[in-house]
Design a protein around this ligand. Structure first.
Ligand code: PEP
Ligand code: CO
Length: 456
């Protein structure tokens, strides 16, 4: 990523026309801070801190996403459902980056196409919830909304939203991104290290298959080097940070005016997406994100109709700017083949080209009898294949996948070649929110997607 010393300032209300219009609209899923003055003081502090990402990087990402929308690249977006402050350790961050790099190698090799690497990382701390409250043994407390809002422990103190957590969120995001930048710029991500990313993970079929592919890549690199190619390009990889743009009291203060263009950029991450629960056309989130320059994603669930999708296009991408708008579909394995094609047909008729990305996770949640929130690996695969089939039948580009994953050997999703069953979930279930693919399941999915890409 290009570093830059661009001078940036936080825009005060009114400096950029309309930027604060969202304040007059309904903002869903916001925490009721008990102390408004404290929340305002934290907001003021956040508007003074250095940006986490730079406008030049964000522009570069928009260009990369435009290529994926045209079918010339593929987006791999992955990470925790909910990052936690305690989970921002060097080991866990490194394992997640390694897993994403390994998946990217599998996809690049399978598709012979550039893969854009993006973490649900360095800011994925705020969660939308179906219920505002949680009840346990007759005790009712506010729902956990992510570490940036309140604590997971089921006590009144921990569940009370605390604005000071937004500062901790900023600093945790900064240290996470710092480590990601070190890993991806400092030689660790060099394609000649392709074997070493596999080390430290338990031996399993997906790892062995990966090892074979890594040998092929080694041979190809050795051949090209012998032939005189210069591989400085292989030393570094671009890695982008993304999260759900949900918590307005965090995103707005971290918005800055780029001194070159005079335009507002959200600097908490390169790419922000609007969730299924906050994508109301007349709501605060869509309005706010329509006014910033970052590439923006919108989750589309099975109830999305053509009119709602078209209205989102008009609002978020009125100038049809390449790379500006991504639709992340999360339809459910049993629905995608019916619900996605009409939306794709409509974009063709409208002559618009958003980037289409498959989130095969959020439409496939189930709860076991023993109370675990989980997903079947087979459903994830069925949704991904349905995504590719839909695009093939309509003639549009399947441009990426969006997955909840971790580099650790957790047991949160059922199935995969490890055959994790309901009892097995108890072994190592760590997610505070949605179940994630573990390292092996993530690699397995990458091999399956690579086969789909090879057929395009
Ligand atoms: C998420 O991505 O974690 C999420 C809450 O997704 P969705 O908005 O699609 O439900
Ligand atoms: Co989730």
């Amino acid at each position: 990523m290009v570093e830059s010393s661009e001078h940036v300032v936080a825009p005060a209300a009114g400096v950029v026309e309309g930027l604060d219009h969202w304040r007059t609209l309904e903002a869903h899923q916001q925490p009721p801070w008990p102390d408004a003055e404290k929340a305002a003081a934290v907001g003021a502090e956040l508007s003074e801190v250095p940006p986490l990402v730079f406008a030049g990087e964000v522009d570069m990402l928009r260009d990369r996403l435009a290529r994926a929308a045209r079918g010339e690249a593929f987006l791999l977006q992955g990470g925790d459902c909910a990052e936690t402050f305690a989970g921002a350790t060097a080991d866990q961050i490194r394992n997640r980056v390694k897993t994403i790099l390994q998946m990217a190698v599998v996809l690049t090799y399978g598709a012979s196409m550039p893969v854009i690497k993006m973490g649900r990382m360095a800011g994925q701390f705020a969660k939308p919830r179906s219920n505002d409250e949680e009840t346990r043994d007759g005790v009712v407390l506010p729902a956990y909304r992510g570490d940036i809002v309140n604590g997971y422990d089921f006590t009144s103190e921990s569940r009370t939203p605390d604005p000071a957590r937004m500062l901790k969120g900023y600093h945790t995001a900064a240290s996470t991104l710092n480590l990601i930048r070190a890993f991806t710029q400092g030689g660790f991500a060099d394609l000649r290290m392709v074997h070493s990313w596999n080390k430290g993970f338990a031996r399993n079929p997906a790892n062995s298959r990966y090892e074979g592919l890594a040998q092929d890549i080694d041979r190809a690199i050795a051949f090209m080097e012998a032939a005189g190619a210069n591989f400085d390009e292989l030393k570094r990889v671009e890695f982008y940070a993304s999260h759900e743009g949900l918590l307005m009291d965090y995103e707005r203060p971290l918005t800055r005016i780029d001194s070159r263009s005079g335009e507002p950029y959200v600097t908490s991450g390169h790419f922000l997406w609007i969730g299924e629960r906050t994508r109301a056309l007349t709501g605060a989130h869509v309005d706010f994100f329509s006014r910033v320059r970052n590439p923006i994603g919108v989750k589309l669930g099975p109830s999305t109709d053509v009119a709602a999708m078209s209205a989102l296009i008009e609002k978020l991408d009125p100038h049809r700017e390449p790379g500006r708008l991504t639709f992340i579909t999360r339809m459910g394995a049993d629905k995608i083949r019916d619900t996605l094609p009409p939306l794709l047909e409509a974009t063709k008729a409208l002559e618009v080209q958003p980037l289409w990305v498959s989130d095969p996770m959020h439409g496939n949640g189930i709860t076991t009898q023993t109370g675990y929130k989980t997903r079947r690996f087979d459903d994830v695969v069925t949704e991904v294949t349905g995504f590719f089939e839909s695009h093939r039948s309509v003639g549009t580009h399947p441009g990426g996948i969006h997955v909840e994953l971790t580099g650790d050997d957790v047991t949160e999703c059922l199935g995969g070649s490890q055959n994790i069953d309901e009892l097995g979930l108890e072994t190592r279930y760590e997610s505070l929110c949605d179940p994630r693919l573990n390292h092996q399941q993530s690699l397995e999915l990458a091999f399956l997607v690579a086969e789909e890409l090879a057929q395009l």
